[in-house]
Design a binder for this molecule. Structure first.
Ligand code: ZN
Ligand code: ZN
Length: 312
């Protein structure tokens, strides 16, 4: 049987890596496929902390499926083609496991598709292990747990689903860690931003969204001190502007998220400041504004922008 590659989105976060590792294991055990979990980018500091903690090797980083001699793939933690592997349009998608909006996705053949509006793709993968009565190895449980913690900011984000708490407790037991203690250490590992160049910081967790006729780039960084990141505003704006020009984005929005108090500051560069202000009922001052209680790009930023950009 020819090999199938399993991977999460570009600029992988912990869930993109973890859901691919988890689903690959399940696919091999239960669906009797020959899969390998890979990644479309190197793990960030938070993910690296989780991989090191549970002694799991980082998945290989690949550039394209064709260069791997593979023509079939499984997508986790994304479905939109512009967030996927570069040659996605030439490939067969065997399946998808995701918890995002469904957009810019089409296949020629029938497809396995599992999407639920829960806190992380890893939550879905965990429940699929249970449904199919496949044991979750301790290491994989630890990685899946890390993804739930990461995506839901310790179950505090509005993206958290009621079932995520039970799922997290179940995994914590198998992984033999205390959810809160381990979780805080994991999140803090991802907030050490000082060593990143501005251009790197903007690509830690960035996605492009086609809104109306524009391509809007929305990046997010986690911190325990918003002002520490804002102190780099001038250099960040310069790097954001460079990305806008290089990639033809209409706008670049950076969410600086305070993981302890669950708020975000947004910094915006581009031509649609008015639409951004309208989306959130705010006024950008010196290109930035505080969004109280906002931590989720998926639930508290993109739907609001979609609505605002729709009204030209
Ligand atoms: Zn993700
Ligand atoms: Zn996710």
């Amino acid at each position: 049987m020819s090999k199938i590659l399993v991977f999460g989105h570009q600029n992988p976060d912990t869930d993109a890596i973890a859901s691919a590792i988890g689903f690959s294991h399940l696919a091999n055990q239960h669906f009797k496929l020959n899969t390998e979990a890979v990644a479309l980018g190197a793990p960030n500091k938070e993910t690296k902390y989780a991989l090191d903690f549970f002694k799991v090797d980082a998945p290989r980083v690949i550039k394209s499926a064709s260069s791997e001699g593979v023509d079939t793939v499984i997508l986790t933690d994304h479905n939109e083609f512009q967030q996927s592997i570069i040659d996605i349009k030439e490939l067969t998608v065997w399946g998808v496991v995701d918890h995002h909006r469904i957009a810019n996705f089409a296949t020629a053949d029938p497809v396995f598709f599992r999407a639920e509006p829960v806190g992380s793709s890893s939550s879905i993968v965990t429940r699929m292990f249970k449904e199919n009565q496949v044991d979750i190895p301790k290491k994989i449980a630890g990685i899946l747990l890390s993804a739930i913690i990461s995506d839901t900011l310790l179950l505090k984000s509005p993206t958290t689903h009621l079932s995520d708490r039970t799922t997290a407790q179940y995994l914590a037991k198998i992984a033999e860690v205390d959810f809160e203690t381990y979780g805080l250490k994991l999140l803090k590992a991802g907030t050490n931003l000082a060593s990143y160049l501005e251009s790197e910081l903007l690509n830690l967790d960035a996605k492009t969204f086609p809104l109306d006729k524009e391509n809007v780039r929305v990046a997010q960084v986690n911190t325990v001190n918003i002002n520490e990141v804002l102190a780099r505003q001038a250099a960040l704006e310069k790097a954001m502007q460079a990305e806008v020009e290089q990639n033809g984005y209409s706008d670049f929005i950076l969410m600086i998220t305070d993981i302890l108090n669950s708020n975000s500051e947004i910094l915006a560069v581009g031509k649609n400041n008015k639409k951004i202000e309208k989306a959130f009922g705010i006024q950008l001052k010196d290109h930035h504004a505080f969004l109280k209680g906002v931590v989720s790009r998926k639930k508290q930023i993109i739907p609001q922008l979609t609505k605002s950009y729709g009204k030209v």
